[in-house]
Design a protein around this ligand. Structure first.
Ligand SMILES: *[C@@H]1O[C@H](CO)[C@@H](O)[C@H](O)[C@H]1NC(C)=O
Length: 162
């Protein structure tokens, strides 16, 4: 299973920091501005290792757009992520292979707060605003060491589970 660490790592590295800024962006007013070719997240990707990225106007714009898309459409496409199509296709195949495994195998890497919210959740397990989500998911994030992002990062500290 170690073969798919690297593609998933690449795919989700940007997401971890965007979650933090989605939360921050809720304080701002958002305009409806969805480009059908995808939201350009390149400012967020460029600044993703900068602890002061919240002050970057490009990052703030991306955070507002992602926040707005989540509130208005419930999903979004992104561009400017820098991930080659070949890698995206490989990740799709690897993830499909994971979901094709029997439940007993998948649940060996169950998501919990103790795993830094990394791992597997079956359909109906995730509750949002009191409602069961109709999703089966595996959450992967860049591994984070304790204290790496101070108290801000504590919730997401952990290693991936395969
Ligand atoms: C719900 O699912 C999302 C997406 O898979 C995940 O990021 C989040 O941590 C889950 N929430 C809980 C409380 O398990």
């Amino acid at each position: 299973m170690a073969r798919w660490v690297s593609p998933i790592h690449a795919l989700v590295a940007w997401w971890e920091m965007s979650l933090v800024f989605l939360y921050g962006a809720r304080k701002h007013e958002c305009e409806i501005n969805q480009d059908p070719s995808g939201l350009d997240i390149s400012p967020l990707v460029s600044a993703s290792h900068d602890l002061n990225l919240a002050e970057d106007s490009g990052v703030q714009k991306v955070a507002r757009e992602l926040d707005n898309a989540c509130k208005e459409a419930g999903f979004f496409y992104v561009k400017g992520h820098g991930i080659p199509d070949s890698l995206l296709n490989e990740v799709k195949n690897v993830v499909q292979n994971f979901f094709d495994l029997p439940y007993e195998e998948k649940v060996k890497i169950k998501l919990s707060p103790a795993t830094g919210y990394r791992g597997y959740q079956r359909i109906g397990e995730n509750i949002t605003l009191g409602k069961q989500d109709i999703q089966e998911a595996i959450d992967c994030y860049r591994p984070m060491e304790p204290g790496e992002y101070g108290t801000l990062g504590e919730t997401m500290e952990g290693q991936n589970l395969w």
